[in-house]
Design a protein around this ligand. Sequence first.
Ligand SMILES: Cc1cc2nc3c(=O)[nH]c(=O)nc-3n(C[C@H](O)[C@H](O)[C@H](O)COP(=O)(O)OP(=O)(O)OC[C@H]3O[C@@H](n4cnc5c(N)ncnc54)[C@H](O)[C@@H]3O)c2cc1C
Length: 395
Amino acid sequence: MSVLIVGAGPSGARLAIQLARAGVEVTLVDRLVGPHRHAYSSGALPLDAVRRLGLPDEAIAATWQGWQLHDPSGLVHQWWSAGDLGVVLDFGRLRSWLWEQARRHGVELIQDCRAALSSLTAEGASVRLKMRDGQTSLRSARWLIDATGARRDLLQQAGLRPNPEDPLLQGIGVEWLLQADDRQAAAWRDRISFFLGTAWIPHGYGWIFPMQGQRLKVGVCHLPPADRSTPGSLAGPLQRLIHRCGLSACPVLDRHGGPVSSSISRTEPLAAGALLAVGDAASSANLLGGEGIRHAMDSADQLADLLIAEGLWGDSTTMARRYQQQLKAQRSWRWLVSGRLARRTWWGLDNPRADRRLQRLIHGLSVSTEAPALSDLLFDYNFERYGFRLLPYLL
Ligand SMILES: Cc1cc2nc3c(=O)[nH]c(=O)nc-3n(C[C@H](O)[C@H](O)[C@H](O)COP(=O)(O)OP(=O)(O)OC[C@H]3O[C@@H](n4cnc5c(N)ncnc54)[C@H](O)[C@@H]3O)c2cc1C
């Protein structure tokens, strides 16, 4: 009984490993030539997720002990902890480790190959695989998994659309990898820095994350409301941020980016016949902090448990029902609040009033919050202690 997973990012590769460990025959397909190509993700993660997911040291590019927020007026706020709060992953190395683990567990990994849905029934599915040299072939499996990230290639090809009552919050992020020197990197080391306010970028945020060897990941993400178009290119806001931070002289080692999207309640159809979605394709990312790696891997673990528990011979209708039930059971009020906060914040951030509100919020956090508590808020969605201060964002 075979499973074919399209997309070897954190969710697809993790799912492949878990299933192969349980003795399932798995094929994993990715259009990338190699794991280091298009290493688009900034890779900021809280420390406990690194331990819980068993991520290796080789994938860690830097650790950080502080938060640094540049508010709409340009004021800098810092929160420091005595110990490490999180890591910045080298996304290419993370993928490389996952691919190697997958192979070691017997997964058939086909890279440099684009997959498109060919047929889908309750009993199985087939995809057309197209190699870069133009060669095509057809592959069938009992279960087909869409792990193509925010592109949701297979869900789209199967005609599954987001729920209009729970639309996708979507955007695009671009990031440049800069080679700084010791002096240039000093103001960004040991911390993750975010830039909030319309003067930095409307409907979004910017960031600078440290990497090994004085490298810096500098990026911007733009998440406009559905009726507002994205600017043709985010290079303008990104270059302005680089300039304002005094980093214009740094050589650019790599340019990458990609779409981000998630519904708030995850009520869109994520299964049809033999097709199931996982990771970003299943709206696992949290767009308050543009953070999805650990959620994509958790999503893979949960789907693996379900597929193994149900037995791969289970019928598609029961599997789809159980999967949607599983997702519903995980929908905590914290998750919903953080999704609503994300939508409220990014959609509304295009005017001086929104800037002032954000400034007040950051100032409030600045005087009353310690670094670990800020991590609790942004990574564990621990909103209770901020109660009333967040209300203007939700109402
Ligand atoms: C600019 C940016 C910065 C980010 N920063 C962070 C961060 O700091 N921390 C964090 O936790 N998250 C971050 N994220 C989000 C995070 O990267 C994603 O949530 C995570 O990678 C999702 O994993 P995934 O496996 O579901 O999808 P992806 O990582 O998107 O993997 C999908 C894979 O599918 C492949 N694929 C797509 N279509 C096809 C096809 N038709 N055929 C074959 N292969 C296909 C792609 O090549 C890709 O390898 C960021 C995202 C962006 C865009």
